[in-house]
Design a protein around this ligand. Structure first.
Ligand code: KG4
Ligand code: ZN
Length: 344
């Protein structure tokens, strides 16, 4: 396999990510990556404002690209292909990254590799110093998705189970809102939960004992809502206890189902990816229970848990190496809704 320098562009939601990945045959390496988070801009509105997100991506891409080129010591002329997030995500935000990538690739005479955002998350632990090996089971827990997948190889993903309603990150965000925490709610709720007393607030564990590998989190959010209504005005201690009880419940369900998925698949490796994979309590519980079951758990580096360009550059390089050809630059379409199992 010849050296393969892939530029990655991520603009599916509220983070602009650019990265340069050197595929170089077998052991690739991330040469540089740069990220701009729009969190502060959207915080004022209590959530992501799609139009503002798109406009901000437009202004960020060129400076971030320059930053990545300078940090890696490479020039545009050395790039072999440009990968970008084609979906799922916000249509306008996706269009910015896709148009930028396609136009740059056309100007440079390069192929493009449209990448599924979740494939990026799924493969992100391969950027770690201790990467998993195919095949593995992946627990994908982000703001928009909660899925268990069997990953046989690049582009070979089978859905084992998924949420029937809210995604895990969405449940964190909505519950955070109920407790009066700002956007983005997940990390704020997790921080508050650290001050809460375990076991004080008992909440349901939806579908914990169901025979399948599916999840359901909307009932948990409703249970928090009725607890908040019951108690009326909450003091800091009560809020922390509720946050702790919520986190305990969601983590127990995620851990149980993920380990069951590994056991029933006959595999020994579990990969955790997506924003909720940054949750410390989830990592603590998973590590403890996986150790007992002799299952190896792999996480992306914390900076690659949430959205970033590195995972898109990596996914692009791995797709090219796996013979899943890129396309000629030019015409393109984004896919705001796009199931991963249709992306192979
Ligand atoms: O993967 P991601 O950056 O974006 C999507 O593709 O959705 O995930 C963002 C989600 C948000 O819902 C955020 O609240 C959640 O991940 N999140 C967390 C933590 N950090 C981010 N949830 C719980 N604990 C955290 N530490
Ligand atoms: Zn994401």
């Amino acid at each position: 396999m010849p050296p393969m320098l892939v530029l990655g562009i991520e603009t599916s939601c509220d983070e602009t990510g650019v990265a340069l990945y050197d595929g170089d045959g077998g052991d690739g390496s991330l040469l540089a990556h740069a990220l701009h988070s729009q969190v502060r801009m959207h915080a004022e509105y209590g959530g992501v404002v799609p139009e503002l997100a798109s406009r901000d991506h437009i202004g960020r891409l060129v400076p971030l690209l320059r930053q990545v080129l300078a940090a890696s010591g490479r020039s545009l002329a050395q790039i072999d292909a440009i990968a970008y997030t084609q979906g799922p995500g916000l249509a306008g935000a996706l269009l910015v990254g896709a148009a930028f990538a396609e136009a740059l690739a056309m100007a440079l005479g390069l192929p493009t590799v449209p990448v599924h955002h979740l494939e990026g998350h799924l493969l992100s632990p391969l950027l770690s110093a201790r990467p998993p090996r195919f095949p593995f089971v992946a627990l994908l827990v982000s703001g928009g998705h909660s899925q268990l997948m069997r990953v046989t190889g690049v582009g070979e993903y089978a859905l084992l189970g998924e949420t029937l309603d809210d995604a895990a990150g969405e449940a964190f965000d909505k519950t955070a809102k109920l407790l009066g925490l700002g956007y983005p709610g997940g990390p704020a709720l997790a921080a508050l939960a650290e001050n809460g007393r375990p076991g004080r607030v008992k909440l349901p564990r939806p579908m914990l004992r169901s025979a399948d590998l599916d999840f359901s989190f909307s009932g948990l959010k409703t249970a928090v809502l009725s607890r908040v209504r019951e108690l009326g005005m909450l003091d800091d201690e009560q809020r922390a206890d509720i946050a702790c009880g919520f986190q305990e419940a969601i983590v127990e369900v995620l851990v149980s189902k993920a380990l069951r998925a590994v056991r029933t698949s006959g595999l020994r490796q579990l990969v955790v990816a997506g924003g909720v994979g940054a949750n410390r309590e989830l990592r603590r519980q998973l590590d403890a229970r996986a150790l007992k079951s002799r299952i190896d758990v792999f996480y992306p580096e914390l900076e690659f848990c949430t959205d970033n360009g590195a995972m898109i550059a990596l996914a692009g390089a791995l797709r090219l190496q796996a013979g899943l050809a890129g396309k000629a630059a030019g015409a393109f379409a984004v896919r705001p809704r796009w199931p991963l199992t249709g992306a192979g």
